[in-house]
Ligand binder design. Structure first.
Ligand code: B1M
Length: 211
């Protein structure tokens, strides 16, 4: 019997090869894909908690997220076959004029780890591109990241554009080093997260409110 607890431990420790091997063993032993996925998501929740408590830092979190991503690769066709849907479709990007993407990528990885279907628009994403992506993909959440005080206003421009296009059915989460809850309230974003682990919690809260 494949050991899903060991799979969780491998993900937490960022042991990519072991995580892939244990996932494959679970698949071969015909463990339900949902059960395997649940073990992975639970492991990433533990990683997120450790990051929030400063017990681990960005590199460890990235390594764990990569292990999860790779292990998910083997599981994905089975999840599709079994009709298991991601929790929600989400769009994320770094706002116009801003090229910083390390934090944004971390949020995207943690969202993937929470079984969200993440459409990553990259960096320097204009309000028009966000509006077009939301129209195309119909996500339930939109994430905006900004690292510069000079690009923070692009968050407001994007929130305003999404609202003007009547696309505020999707909840908007914002974050990035200079961003605060106060700023989120000021620009009319639905949520703010100070770090990638909190971004999972805030996203889940907003999705629950919208359900
Ligand atoms: Co830039 N840079 N940079 N930079 N850079 C900063 C941000 C800066 C604070 C450095 C400094 O002066 N001390 C400063 C900004 C000052 C300010 O505006 N107050 C700065 C500057 C000025 C610049 C340039 C203007 C420099 C220049 O050219 N003169 C230039 C701007 C380019 C542009 O964007 N147009 C520039 C360029 C660059 C590089 C390209 C060299 C590189 C980016 C590489 C890349 O991202 N691929 C870079 C880097 C690496 C940094 C620092 C050193 C590190 C940023 C980082 O990745 N942190 C940074 C100084 C610093 O922070 N020590 C700095 C790690 C990352 C995990 O944290 O991104 O905060 P962070 O993400 C966190 C949270 O903020 C949150 O979760 C993440 C993980 O917990 N979060 C979200 C982020 N997005 C979120 C979204 C959410 C929720 C949470 O919901 C959707």
């Amino acid at each position: 019997m494949p050991d899903l607890e060991q799979l969780g431990e491998a993900i937490k420790a960022g042991k990519r090869d072991e995580a892939i091997q244990l996932t494959q063993e679970a698949i071969d032993a015909q463990v339900a894909p949902q059960e395997v996925l649940d073990a992975m998501v639970a492991a990433m929740d533990v990683v997120g908690g450790r990051f929030q408590r400063n017990e681990i830092f960005v590199p460890e979190m990235l390594i764990a997220a990569r292990a999860m991503k790779e292990a998910m690769g083997a599981l994905e066709p089975l999840l599709v076959e079994a009709g298991i849907q991601p929790v929600a479709k989400v769009v994320i990007g770094t706002v116009a004029g801003d090229l910083h993407d390390i934090g944004k990528n971390l949020v995207a990885m943690m969202w993937k780890g929470a079984n969200f279907d993440v459409i990553d628009l990259g960096t320097n994403v204009t309000a028009e591109k966000f509006v077009a992506a939301v129209k195309e993909h119909q996500p339930r959440l939109v994430g905006l990241s900004a690292l510069l005080t000079t690009t923070m206003p692009a968050i407001k421009t994007t929130v305003d554009a999404l609202k003007a296009a009547e696309l505020d059915v999707a909840k908007i989460i914002i974050g990035g080093a200079p961003v605060t809850q106060e700023y989120a309230d000021q620009v009319g974003a639905d949520g703010y997260a100070p770090d990638a682990a909190s971004a999972v919690e805030v996203a889940r809260e907003l999705l629950a409110q919208a359900a």
